[in-house]
Design a binder for this molecule. Structure first.
Ligand SMILES: Nc1nc2c(c(=O)[nH]1)N[C@H]1C(S)=C(S)[C@@H](COP(=O)(O)OP(=O)(O)OC[C@H]3O[C@@H](n4cnc5c(=O)[nH]c(N)nc54)[C@H](O)[C@@H]3O)O[C@H]1N2
Ligand SMILES: Nc1nc2c(c(=O)[nH]1)N[C@H]1C(S)=C(S)[C@@H](COP(=O)(O)OP(=O)(O)OC[C@H]3O[C@@H](n4cnc5c(=O)[nH]c(N)nc54)[C@H](O)[C@@H]3O)O[C@H]1N2
Ligand SMILES: [Mo]
Length: 709
């Protein structure tokens, strides 16, 4: 082999090989990461990726998913041109059309709906990714529709709503100063790999860790001082039991309760019924561990609680479970103090907190239309309606099919994935009923098959994108390769579409960089500054968070205090049946009774993110088949062996998968990952299997039976 071939084989960037390293970010994961990537580019093609060592987020690390970026962006089913449907909805027969024709058709159809049924009859929805959302929201508003919604209808926002009813919105742990950390639904190995180093450092300095999980996880094995395994969705009962132990033993912070909280008496009265026997019966937790955990948390402070994005809230009683868990912070005086949980600063930019303020919200506030009708989901889920400035999209199928309180006839879905929604079949029926549906995606998906027009978006490697990072950083990437085929950046699509749907909106029609400069106008950093660097730059206006403000100025609740008993919930009409105390409703378990197992869907696995990576060969190879974790004793009793085909049946439907027999899951529980076309976990959930407080689908606890095939 000559020198050049050797260099080529090793993918060495140099003049001889013509390989260049160009910097971009990974966009596969949730936006709290978006790790820096060194893309090795040869002849306009990415041939290798590595983590950027100098990047302040990942310092050179990439996870399993990030390392597969090359296969992800070159997935075989990438959309290459705009498409127009020629077959039936769902059939997947399309013809290529020009961008101009696509835009004109969208303009004609959406304007016709607007004229007849009002602009709100066209809903605008965004799934992953999140970076383009400010422009989509502004487009919806400028078009005249208030019905803008996102995947937040099932992710993260319920946690925020829970906090809204108690204090000041989301509150995060002050990890650097905490002595006892309660990892409630916490396994960074699979969902937050960059958090592992922080936990290693925390343990090294002697921090105590309690983990509450439904699975015996790697984090529990490696780090936990106390591990409590519970049945899915029973966390509220555990938290209330811990509260009772703390109160009975006088381990509460009486001064904090007296001065800064509201509704303590009612709460203390309510928790009396949650004795250890009852807690054990409901949760399956070991009573000794429950007692030890309550004692450690309350007496080895300051203590804080991990705030999970989804597994605690994605249950029938989910939001209430979350509130019960957070009540422990108020009870022990660990709210808004050093080492406890403190309310986060407002987002800097697109869901990220970086310590500086931008004018992102002003960007769409400037064009907010007058609200004449309730948002989708607002009447069904009034607490959501009070707390979140978005439609509750989980109610979309119902409103489309029933036409009440008014019809929805058009839908613009950018990164929309029908496999995310419970009762996917019902949503498909609803999509068939629409007058017009536009889908924007990178790939041909089960969703795009229902669209009238499909628009091809490009990946993070092919676009320029601004994002910010903790520690006061801002970054603007440049494309490292040309967009594949005729695909375009999401924000280019939104800018161009604005010319057809909202031509009066000059700022939106100027596009993405005009938006970023508008958002950063009060800061010392501009688009040009960001573009001049191929690494995130520091924004000098960034400030560290201030802790303790609510102890001086009060909380944003009606009482101005930390509320155990929510005045906001009390203001919701009685017929919705919402409790102002963080109650645990055992009757939700009755609904799943009659079926032998509790099915939990979607607990993270390292090689998948929702629907997006199941068709990436490297990652699929790590777990070639959809598999359900089933307890070894249950499996033995049912005669099920490793890899056997099993059928999981719920009240709604059934799917066939392979059995993964394991002792890490509790007896009587089954766990299945979601997003598979051939075994769609969400087909198993009825559309109304939701939490009445948040509207969140109860993805993570529903009754099921298992049949060996
Ligand atoms: N690899 C990978 N990473 C991801 C994602 C992905 O799909 N794949 N998704 C991203 C997104 S969108 C999100 S929202 C986050 C979610 O991230 P997390 O909120 O961390 O969610 P999970 O990792 O699913 O769950 C954390 C732990 O909670 C446990 N758990 C599940 N149900 C319950 C329950 O009822 N009670 C208790 N106490 N524990 C429970 C699980 O067993 C798991 O160990 O992850 C992000 N990161
Ligand atoms: N059963 C069950 N269901 C769940 C969950 C669970 O735990 N269990 N988790 C829920 C949670 S927490 C979340 S966050 C949701 C996630 O739900 P989604 O955000 O809907 O999930 P994804 O599979 O990531 O699908 C997003 C779609 O966007 C496309 N896409 C990706 N990047 C881009 C881009 O840059 N531009 C455009 N235009 N499109 C893009 C993808 O190809 C895909 O079709 O799923 C929820 N669904
Ligand atoms: Mo999520």
């Amino acid at each position: 082999m000559d020198d050049r071939n050797r260099l080529m084989k090793a993918k060495i960037p140099c003049r001889e090989t013509g390989i260049q390293i160009k910097r971009t970010i990974c966009d596969i994961c949730a936006p709290n990461f978006h790790c820096g990537i060194d893309a090795y580019v040869k002849d306009g093609k990415v041939i290798k990726v590595e983590g950027t060592k100098e990047h302040p987020m990942n310092h050179g690390l990439l996870c399993t998913k990030g390392a597969a970026n090359r296969e992800y962006i070159y997935r075989k089913d990438r959309l290459m041109t705009p498409l127009r449907r020629v077959g039936e909805r769902g059939e997947g027969r399309f013809e290529p059309i020009s961008w101009e024709t696509a835009y004109r058709e969208i303009q004609e159809q959406f304007n016709a709906i607007k004229e007849k049924d009002g602009a709100d009859a066209v809903a605008f929805f965004a799934g992953y990714s999140k970076w383009f959302r400010p422009l989509l929201k502004r487009l919806a508003f400028s078009f005249g529709s208030s019905n803008y919604g996102t995947e937040s209808s099932c992710c993260w926002h319920a946690s925020d709503v829970a906090w809204e009813t108690m204090a000041n919105g989301f509150a995060v742990p002050d990890m650097g100063r905490t002595n006892t950390y309660l990892g409630w639904g916490y396994n960074p190995y699979y969902s937050n790999h960059l958090g592992i180093r922080g936990m290693e450092a925390y343990k090294a300095r002697g921090g105590k860790l309690i983990i509450v999980d439904v699975k015996k996880t790697l984090a529990a094995k490696k780090f936990a001082d106390i591990f409590i395994q519970v049945k899915p969705g029973t966390d509220g009962a555990l938290a209330l039991g811990m509260a009772k132990i703390m109160i009975d033993n006088g381990w509460t912070d009486k001064e904090y309760i007296e001065k800064h909280t509201h509704g303590y008496e009612a709460f203390a009265e309510y928790v009396k019924e949650f004795n250890l026997e009852k807690v054990e019966r409901i949760t399956g937790a070991d009573p000794k561990m429950v007692y030890e955990a309550a004692k450690l948390f309350a007496t080895n402070g300051p203590a804080s609680i991990h705030q999970s994005a989804s597994p605690i809230t994605q249950h029938k009683n989910g939001l209430q479970n979350y509130r019960a868990m957070n009540a422990l912070l108020g009870l022990t005086g660990n709210f808004d103090c050093p080492g406890g949980n403190f309310p986060i600063m407002p987002f800097s930019f697109v869901y990220q907190i970086s310590g500086f303020k931008t004018r992102e919200a002003q960007y769409y506030e400037d064009v907010r239309p007058e609200r004449t009708r309730p948002l989708v989901g607002e009447l069904t889920y009034p607490l959501w309606g009070k707390c979140v400035d978005e439609m509750q999209a989980i109610d979309l199928s119902r409103q489309i099919l029933e036409g009440s309180p008014y019809p929805i006839k058009g839908l613009f879905g950018q990164g929309m994935n029908i496999l995310m929604f419970p009762d996917t079949d019902l949503l498909c029926e609803a999509l068939k009923k629409l007058d017009f549906f536009v889908a924007v995606d990178l790939f041909e998906t089960p969703t795009t098959r229902y669209a009238d027009i499909v628009l091809p978006a490009c990946s993070s490697f092919e676009r320029s994108e601004c994002r910010v990072y903790g520690g006061g950083y801002a970054y603007m990437t440049e494309p490292v390769i040309e967009p594949l085929g005729e695909s375009r950046s999401d924000v280019v699509i939104l800018k161009e579409l604005a010319g057809y749907l909202a031509p009066q909106d000059e700022l939106l029609c100027q596009g993405y960089e005009a938006f970023v400069d508008y958002a950063f106008a009060d800061l010392s950093v501009s688009v040009a500054d960001m573009k001049a660097s191929d690494l995130p730059i520091h924004v000098q206006e960034a400030r560290p968070p201030v802790i303790g403000e609510t102890r001086i100025h009060g909380c944003h609740t009606p009482s101005g205090k930390f509320e155990f008993d929510s005045e906001l919930i009390k203001s919701i009409p009685k017929e919705f049946g919402l409790d102002s105390l963080p109650t645990y409703r055992e009757e939700f378990e009755d609904i799943r009774a009659g079926r032998e197992f509790i099915l939990s869907t979607g607990v993270r696995i390292p090689n998948a993110i929702h629907s997006r990576l199941h068709d990436v060969p490297w990652l699929r190879g790590l777990r070639p088949n959809p598999m359900a974790d089933i307890n070894d004793e249950d499996a033995a009793r049912l005669g099920i062996g490793q890899g056997d085909d099993i059928r999981i049946e719920t009240v709604r439907s059934s799917v066939q998968v392979k059995a993964n027999v394991t002792s890490t899951v509790m007896k009587g529980t089954v766990h299945l990952y979601h997003g598979y076309k051939e075994a769609n976990a969400n087909a198993l959930l009825p559309a109304n299997w939701t939490d009445p407080y948040s509207g969140y689908p109860a993805y993570k606890s529903i009754g099921c039976n298992i049949v060996k095939c």
